[in-house]
Design a binder for this molecule. Structure first.
Ligand code: ADP
Ligand code: ADP
Length: 229
């Protein structure tokens, strides 16, 4: 069963600009894919519809077979707890330690402190950040900060992990490393959707690629059909 489905989704912003036009695709549980396209192609809009930051003008977005149109404002926070989100500028709390930042989603879920500490330590270990758990984000390199952002997004084992240009501020070497983490890190069963305008980097990952062009889904490329530039 797909965890996420777009069924002929269109989004026209107030003012008349159509950011997405009749976009359809489905994402299976445990599947990883990229969405790419030039600036303005509609990538951020697609991710905002999944997070209920925006609503479709036409068509339906289904998450776990539930039409998100049926989620009223009171249900939005609950919906978002099923998602892990990685931001380009990581959005870390700058006055909190690495461990506190990563613990946040678990604290919000009301998890017991002992369990939180165990999970946070485990994910920081996996990301090579164990020695930095008491550091403040400002004391970390850009790549380390982004790894903390990823740790925070996956610590609660979300059904779907999404990221908007997660390597936007990183050099090419670090970008490839961070993209690799998206492929390796999530629990089995977690689906991963990463938006990036960097088609070369995306193709290098050998995963399914959705290509948006001016809001239209121009291509949906399976890994075996990828051709390097
Ligand atoms: P991308 O992430 O691929 O750069 P976006 O989804 O941010 O694309 O934007 C797609 C198009 O929709 C762009 O032309 C952008 O200017 C427009 N757009 C995005 N957000 C809004 C908004 N809140 N109001 C009006 N137009 C918007
Ligand atoms: P990106 O390319 O990283 O998606 P944008 O510059 O397209 O960034 O958008 C930055 C923010 O401004 C987004 O929150 C988007 O929704 C909003 N935005 C983009 N285009 C417009 C627009 N034409 N009118 C109003 N808001 C917009």
């Amino acid at each position: 069963m797909p965890v996420l489905r777009f069924d002929t989704v269109s989004k026209t912003y107030p003012g008349g600009h159509t950011a997405l036009a009749e976009v359809s695709f489905a994402v299976d549980a445990g599947e990883m894919l990229f969405v790419t396209g030039h600036s303005g192609a509609g990538k951020s809009t697609l991710l905002k519809l999944i997070q209920l930051v925006e609503r479709p003008s036409r068509g339906a977005v289904l998450f776990d077979d539930r039409n998100l149109l049926k989620v009223r404002s009171g249900g939005i926070a609950g919906h978002r707890r099923q998602l892990g989100v990685v931001y380009q500028n990581h959005q870390l709390l700058m006055d909190r330690s690495v461990a506190d930042n990563v613990a946040l989603p678990l604290v919000l879920r009301g998890m017991k402190r002992v369990e939180i500490n165990k999970r946070v330590r485990s994910i920081l270990d996996k990301l090579g950040l164990a020695a930095r758990e008491r550091a403040l984000p400002s004391q970390l390199s850009a790549g380390e900060q982004q790894r903390v952002g990823i740790a925070r997004a996956v610590v609660a084992e979300p059904a779907l992990l999404i990221a908007d240009e997660p390597t936007g501020n990183l050099d090419p070497g670090l970008s490839a490393e961070i993209m690799g983490l998206f492929a390796s890190l999530p629990e089995r069963g977690t689906s991963v959707l990463v938006a990036s305008h960097d088609l070369r980097l995306v193709k290098h990952m050998r995963k399914r690629v959705l290509v948006l062009d001016k809001g239209r889904l121009q291509d949906d490329i399976a890994p075996e059909d990828l051709v390097d530039e």
